[in-house]
Design a protein around this ligand. Structure first.
Ligand SMILES: [Zn+2]
Length: 122
C-alpha cells in the first residue's frame, strides 16, 4: 500500500538527485578556466573550452606563449633561462599550476575537474 506522503517524499528525493547530477554535469563540462597571473597581479582569465594561443610579452623582451587545446592549457614557448615552464606537462585539473619563475608568470586552473574524476568517469 503506497501512501500519498510516500509519493511526495519519492518525488522530493528524485528532484534532489536530478538537480545534483545536473549541477555536477554542468560544472564539470564548462566551468574550467585558467587564471594567468603576472608578478602577483591577475592578468587574464581564459576559458579552457576555447582553443587559442596567447603570447604574454613582458617589459624587457621576455615572452611566454600558452596554448589552450581540447580543454587543457600548456606553456608551449618562452625565452626564460630555465624553460621549466615549457617542459611542464599540460594542466587541466583544479588547482594545478604552471609557473615561470624567471618571468613571474603563473597559470592556475580554476573550477576544473578534480584530480581522479577522469578515472571514475571512464
Ligand atoms: Zn619559464
Amino acid at each position: 500500500m503506497i501512501r500519498r506522503n510516500d509519493i511526495i517524499l519519492l518525488g522530493v528525493v528524485l528532484s534532489i538527485a536530478l538537480a545534483t547530477i545536473f549541477i555536477m554535469y554542468t560544472t564539470k563540462s564548462d566551468g574550467s578556466k585558467v587564471v594567468i597571473t603576472i608578478d602577483g597581479k591577475e592578468f587574464k582569465i581564459l576559458d579552457l573550452n576555447k582553443d587559442m594561443h596567447l603570447t604574454i610579452d613582458g617589459d624587457n623582451g621576455e615572452y611566454n606563449t600558452i596554448e589552450i587545446k581540447d580543454g587543457v592549457v600548456d606553456m608551449i614557448d618562452a625565452n626564460c633561462p630555465d624553460k621549466i615552464c615549457v617542459k611542464h606537462n599540460e594542466i587541466h585539473y583544479n588547482g594545478e599550476t604552471i609557473v615561470c619563475l624567471p618571468h613571474k608568470v603563473v597559470l592556475e586552473i580554476e573550477d576544473g575537474e578534480e584530480n581522479g574524476v577522469d578515472i571514475i568517469a571512464q
